[in-house]
Design a protein around this ligand. Structure first.
Ligand code: 8GT
Length: 144
C-alpha cells in the first residue's frame, strides 16, 4: 500500500495577456511529468501565498506579476500525496516569461484548455476560471 503525505499549500498563477493565459509543461522526472500546469510551487514555512507566488514566478519564469484575483482553493489527493492548490489570476508587471526548467510554455485561450492534459487538481480551477471569463465577457473563447 502506498502512503500519501500532505505536502501543504501550492500556489500557482494564471497569467493573463492579450486574451490568453500561460501554461507550462512539467519536465520529465518530476511529479506529474509532462502534464501542462500553471507555473508556481509550494508555499514555504513563514511565507504568505503572495510571497511564495512572487518567489516561484521569479525562479521559474523570471517575471514579476500583479495579482488580479484569488480563486477558490482546491484540496486534492493523488495516490502518493495530497495538497491544497491555490490559483491566482495575474498580469505581468515586468519581464518576459522564460521557460527555464519547464519543457515548454504556451499561451492559450480558455476554449483550448480541454486539448491539454492538466493535473487533476487543476480541473476545478479551470472550470471556475472558465465561468468567470464567460460571466465577464459572455464568450468562453475570450479572456478579459
Ligand atoms: N506548480 C504547479 N504545481 C501543481 C499544479 N497542479 C498540481 O497538482 N501541482 C502539484 O503541486 C506540487 C508542487 O509543485 P512543484 O513541484 O512545482 O513545486 P516546487 O517547485 O515547490 O517543488 P519541488 O521543489 O519539489 O520541485 C507538485 O506535486 C505538483 O504536481 C499546477 O498547476 N502548478
Amino acid at each position: 500500500m502506498t502512503t500519501s503525505f500532505h505536502i501543504g499549500d501550492v500556489v500557482c498563477a494564471i497569467i493573463e495577456c492579450d486574451g490568453k493565459f500561460l501554461i507550462a509543461r512539467r519536465p520529465k522526472g518530476k511529479h506529474l511529468a509532462r502534464k501542462w500546469e500553471f507555473p508556481g510551487g509550494k508555499v514555504e514555512a513563514g511565507e504568505s501565498e503572495a510571497e511564495a507566488l512572487e518567489r516561484e514566478l521569479l525562479e521559474e519564469l523570471d517575471v514579476r506579476v500583479e495579482i488580479v484575483e484569488r480563486l477558490t482553493p482546491v484540496e486534492h489527493s493523488y495516490p502518493d500525496r495530497s495538497l491544497r492548490l491555490i490559483a491566482y489570476r495575474c498580469r505581468i508587471a515586468a519581464g518576459v516569461p522564460d521557460a527555464g526548467e519547464h519543457e515548454e510554455l504556451r499561451w492559450i485561450g480558455i476554449d483550448k484548455a480541454s486539448e491539454y492534459d492538466f493535473p487533476e487538481a487543476d480541473l476545478p480551477i479551470l472550470a471556475e476560471y472558465r465561468m468567470k471569463i464567460v460571466a465577464a465577457t459572455g464568450d468562453p473563447q475570450k479572456t478579459v
